[in-house]
Design a protein around this ligand. Sequence first.
Ligand code: SF4
Length: 262
Amino acid sequence: MTREEFDEFFKNNEGNFIIGIHNYCDRWCERCKFTAKCSVFQIDEERARKRAEKGIPDNDFAEIVSENFQIVMDMMEDIMEDTEFEEEAIDLEAIQTEEEVLENYAKNHPISKNSEIYLKKVRLWFDQNERLLKRYKETFENTYNLGINDTQIIRDYENTYEAVEVINWFHAQIHVKLIRALRHGDVDLSYEDPIQNDANGSAKVALIGIEKSMDAWGILHKHFPEIEDHIIDILVLLETIRKDILKEFPNVNQFLRPGFDV
Ligand code: SF4
């Protein structure tokens, strides 16, 4: 897709999208009811369509990266042309130092330390319980193939499968979003809203991911009593992170995600 096509796409779709919806979603596009209102989703579809027209395979990453790069460079050029810089020199060193301080603060904060532990625990849990999940799936399939299609058994299986998907989807995202929220630093009220700011928005996405994951672990806990201790240990960790988010970002639940909450 060229820069001209990119601009034309947005011009033709003016007013069709919810501004900023993609900034505070969970990126689970397959399940999102706002795909038609999301510019990120729609531009990706449009670009895939353009590539198909030109016969460029969808896995031609070199072409995709070069296309992205060219569009960004063109945009930067436009911005530079339109912007009048003040004579005053920008202190890049001070900006870099400030960024590093925030990065370190975020990485070493107890909330992100715990979300990283959670991420690792989930990966370990999947490694250690791969056989258990496989056995559960086989048992269900055998029962089903025998003609025992009891509604409760089917529902339990679907719920378990869904719980695994949810845990898998959110386990890394929670950590990434919390790092983003924490590295925001103090909210500057001279230009930021005390509630509708990126720190609260990112923390809210993480919080929702935690709450959904806790429900999902609760389902697994019911189905796999043989690994109860391991699951309880994970649930306790998630609850600790949840409570710490509410303390660190007391306005988090008041943040309204574009599209999802308003
Ligand atoms: S808003 Fe929906 S469609 Fe857009 S990026 Fe987020 S999940 Fe995907």
